[in-house]
Design a protein around this ligand. Structure first.
Ligand SMILES: Nc1ncnc2c1ncn2[C@@H]1O[C@H](COP(=O)(O)OP(=O)(O)OP(=O)(O)O)[C@@H](O)[C@H]1O
Ligand SMILES: [Mg+2]
Length: 282
């Protein structure tokens, strides 16, 4: 808008100047200024106006164009980042899920013949999958937030995760989320996503679950909570705290410690529940 006004001004000002000058000259200045002098003064006046006012206007137009250019470049960069984040998510994060499940299947199929060296190899494979997964999550978050305010909301990525999970595993996921995104900090979003994902994968890998319930609740002044519940067969090791073997639960606990969440895994009424609670500190 401003750009258009500036352009119109630049076009109109010389004509207006000469018109005004001729009017004033003929109406008021004829007794004082000779015809010859008047003819000389006209281009001089236009030249002066061009050098002062018009130069300023041209400068403003250049500035505007520069800003526009910068804005366009920034927008293109943001779009590019979003594209990379999406590719990372759709490609790598998704394949990691399948990889984790496959490692488990292969390991289970060899239970009788597993040597210590092989067991260690599986352990380190699993650890690497978790590490790459964490790295990918951080990279996606780094690309998306907070530079890109129009990036897809965090809740959408949870929804997408549950849909993909349902398609891949056939487990019915019931999402009941009433926790607003503003209540969770950026770092918490990244870690909460990883925790939910791990709990979901565990329910598929170890529990033969048919249903998964994911609930996010706002507890008002007391903070917020998130619960992932599966109706699977529960822990072989007896209590969840005795469960050993992988890195999923270990990393869940580490994350919870780091962020000040309380993490409880328990069996209740035929279900395994992973509960995360965060108190609001005021
Ligand atoms: N929802 C669940 N239901 C039943 N058992 C579970 C559940 N979650 C975890 N477990 C048990 O706890 C153990 C440890 O889980 P953890 O996520 O740490 O490792 P993993 O899933 O075996 O391997 P990784 O996560 O490293 O790929 C599992 O081997 C499994 O026996
Ligand atoms: Mg696991």
């Amino acid at each position: 808008m401003l750009y258009r006004h500036l352009k119109s001004l630049i076009l109109i000002i010389p004509t207006l100047t000469i018109g005004l000058w001729e009017y004033i000259r003929h109406a008021f200045l004829l007794p004082y200024i000779s015809m010859d002098l008047g003819n000389w003064l006209a281009p001089l006046l236009v030249f002066l106006v061009t050098m002062t006012l018009l130069r300023k206007l041209f400068f403003m137009i250049e500035k505007l164009q520069e800003e526009l250019q910068k804005e366009r470049a920034a927008k293109a960069a943001l779009e590019e980042r979003e594209k990379i984040a999406q590719e990372l998510h759709d490609g790598i994060a998704q394949s990691l899920f399948l990889l984790s499940v496959r490692i488990d299947r292969v390991e289970q199929s060899q239970t009788g013949v597993l040597t210590d060296a092989l067991r260690e190899a599986y352990q380190s494979l699993r650890k690497t999958v978790h590490e790459v997964n964490d790295y990918v999550r951080q990279a996606i978050a780094g690309l998306r937030y907070p530079v890109n305010p129009s990036a897809e909301p965090w809740m959408d990525s949870i929804r997408q995760l549950t849909e993909e999970f349902m398609q891949d595993t056939g487990i019915a996921v019931h999402l009941n989320w009433s926790l607003s995104e503003e209540r969770i900090k950026l770092k918490e979003k990244v870690e909460l996503y990883s925790t939910i994902r791990e709990a979901m994968i565990n329910a598929y890998k170890h529990a033969d679950a048919a249903n998964l319930w994911i609930q996010g609740s706002d507890r008002g002044e007391a903070g917020w909570s998130c619960e992932i519940r599966d109706d699977g067969k529960g822990f072989d090791a007896g209590t969840p705290s005795e469960a050993r073997g992988g890195f999923g639960l270990l990393m869940m606990r580490e994350r919870a410690d780091e962020l000040g969440w309380s993490l409880v895994i328990r069996r209740e009424q035929g279900c395994t529940m992973v509960t995360i609670e965060k108190e609001d500190k005021r």
